[in-house]
Write a protein that binds this ligand. Structure first.
Ligand code: PEP
Length: 246
């Protein structure tokens, strides 16, 4: 059976109180299915609330949106892998395009963060993707390959998930066609296979919604989706997870 992963990135939305209300609605509208997992990436302040609730369902999981690479210390405002794990996280996003482009995260830093995630026992979800200018210059595969190399380094044996998220498609309402996404997914899979990586799921992200999710997931190269905007309303998110690719 093809197992799909639906990952919700709440970005800087949904505090702890709102998260409890959100999950009560979501759980009422989405029953466990053997062919899909749903992962939530709430803001750090809501992590424990989400993790505590989703712990009751084996198909659900909570993760951090970002971690710092040091385990502890004088790093005001940052959270480490061990602290996220203590709050109940079992995974973490690494190198989301907003971390790279709003906060100036470098390729080198994604490598440190991926290693820190592994040390803390968190499943890394590495986000890669090109800007519009890079796409127009025909550099998509070069950029994505550089991002993979910088983040994984010699650690391709680690259990991880990769999310291909073209920057021009995130939060813009524009999404890649299933064929566009498939070409990049094949290149990522090829890169991983060349390095004897373990089973690695490759998600697509970028303006995925209830209307286009099934069409995208009909492309077998996609093992799931990473969704921002359309995951913020629990009823819409439940509908997307329930109806996509059935
Ligand atoms: C994201 O945050 O990773 C994302 C893909 O956002 P959106 O679905 O809003 O484009």
């Amino acid at each position: 059976m093809r197992a799909l992963l639906f990952a919700a990135n709440w970005k800087m939305h949904i505090g702890p109180q709102e998260a409890r209300t959100y999950l009560s609605t979501f759980l009422g509208q989405y029953s466990e299915r053997p062919d899909r997992q749903v992962w939530f990436f709430p803001p750090a302040v809501s992590l424990e609330a989400v993790a505590t609730i989703v712990a009751k369902r084996p198909d659900l999981l909570a993760g951090a949106q970002d971690i710092y690479w040091e385990p502890k210390g004088a790093y005001t405002g940052a959270i480490s892998g061990p602290l996220a794990a203590q709050a109940g996280a079992r995974a973490t996003l690494i190198g989301h395009s907003e971390r790279r482009h709003v906060f100036g995260e470098t390729y080198e830093q994604t490598g440190k963060k991926l290693a820190a995630a592994v040390r803390a026992g968190l499943h890394p979800v590495l986000c890669v993707g090109e800007t519009l200018a890079q796409r127009d210059a025909g550099e998509t595969l070069t950029v994505v390959t550089r991002q993979l190399e910088a983040a994984f380094g010699a650690r391709v044996e680690v259990q991880a998930t990769v999310a291909y998220e073209p920057v021009w498609a995130i939060g813009t309402g524009r999404n890649a066609t299933p064929q566009d996404a498939a070409l990049v997914h094949q290149a990522i899979r090829g890169w991983l296979n060349d390095r004897q990586a373990g089973e690695t799921r490759i998600l697509y992200g970028g303006s995925v919604n209830v209307k286009n999710a099934s069409q995208l997931l009909a492309e077998r190269e996609l093992d799931g989706v990473l969704v921002g905007g359309a995951s913020l309303d629990p009823k819409i998110w439940a509908e997307l997870v329930r109806t996509a690719a059935t």
